[in-house]
Design a binder for this molecule. Structure first.
Ligand code: GTP
Ligand code: MG
Length: 313
């Protein structure tokens, strides 16, 4: 891991200042736009511009390659199993890193249960479909349950107490808290605790609570975009897996559907793969592709929720 002083233009004094504000490394510094850095650290705009650019150059954030080499490189980015064959098949092998997945659905559709299961499967070894990594669970709805994780661990033959140690839970109370947890805490956990998966359950609830009414809509969307953009930057620069959950709105749509994910165009543009979860009968649920550049529109998988987690039917 490179240290901050390796960034051209960052001397011992600036390095100390940056790390006192929670900036961990040149890679972390490279995530910041100059304006964002100035908000956090007292620097002139010119200096902020120079050191963020130098950091990006040092850690080579920009990928410039042929499609052939890119395809080769992507082989080093394994898919992460969901622990459900039908869903893995729907997702063409599991969750891919470097992008954002959205799980949208009404209450009880299985969003939180899938997040719990992923917090376990990420810990599995490569030959079992995991990546041998830790997880960050950002819980905005008080939904995280260690008991559920323990039950899921038994199914995958993992020691629950060891697995729970690898799940870092952050509880946030408002949007600013969520922003800090992503800009600062998440990076610390990625760099120091081998976090490979970031879950945000849910991405939308705090915004809906904090920005009320039509007149706040533009401000809400701007702030939501800000956090999604940070998640995307982190996903790309650190090659991590990102899954966010989203609520749905009840609206009469012309094509027969009545539920649409919240968050409007901002969510639609930021999330690479949008998956809609629907309740079927009893414990059965359906996951349907809502929008994706690679997965077929409306393709679906059936799964069920049991005391052992999320399973094939
Ligand atoms: P909201 O957060 O309310 O929007 O819903 P969600 O989509 O996150 O729902 P969640 O993933 O929490 O799924 C809840 C469903 O899982 C409920 O129907 C529960 O009955 C079911 N569930 C949770 N735990 C168990 C369990 O131990 N056994 C069984 N059989 N079902 C469970
Ligand atoms: Mg939930």
């Amino acid at each position: 891991m490179k240290c901050l002083e390796e960034v051209p233009g960052v001397g011992p004094k600036t390095a100390k200042l940056l790390s006192s504000k929670g900036i961990m490394s040149p890679r972390h510094l490279a995530l910041f736009n100059p304006e964002e850095l100035i908000e956090l650290v007292e620097l002139t705009p010119d200096r902020a511009e120079r050191i963020t650019r130098a950091a990006r150059r040092l850690v080579r954030t920009r990928i410039c390659t042929t499609a052939k080499d890119y395809a080769e490189k992507m082989k080093d980015h394994p898919r992460l199993t969901t622990g459900v064959k039908a869903i893995d098949e729907l997702l063409e092998g599991g969750i891919e890193p470097r992008v954002i997945y959205e799980l949208a659905g009404e209450f009880g559709s299985g969003k939180t249960q899938i997040c719990h299961q992923l917090s376990v499967t990420v810990q599995l070894s490569r030959n079992r479909g995991g990546v041998g990594g830790a997880c960050l669970y950002i819980d905005t709805e008080e939904a995280f349950s260690p008991n559920r994780v323990s039950a899921i661990c038994l199914r995958f033959n993992l020691d629950p107490s060891h697995a729970l140690e690898n799940i870092n839970v952050i509880k946030v109370i408002n949007v600013a808290d969520l922003e800090d947890s992503i800009k600062l805490d998440a990076i610390k956990l990625i760099e120091e605790k081998n976090v490979r998966l970031i879950l945000v359950d849910s991405i939308i609830s705090l915004y809906r609570a904090e920005f009320k009414g039509r007149e706040m809509l533009a401000a809400r969307q701007q702030r939501l975009n800000y956090v999604l953009d940070w998640l995307l930057r982190i996903a790309k620069i650190y090659g991590v897996y990102v899954v966010v959950t989203n609520q749905v709105l009840e609206v009469p749509l012309s094509y027969g559907e009545t539920k649409r994910p919240a968050g409007g165009m901002i969510m639609a543009h930021a999330c690479t793969h949008r998956l809609l979860l629907k309740r079927s009968k009893d414990s059965t649920r359906i996951m349907e592709v809502l929008d994706s550049p690679r997965l077929p529109y409306k393709a679906s998988a059936v799964f069920k929720i049991t005391e052992r987690g999320v399973e094939d039917v």
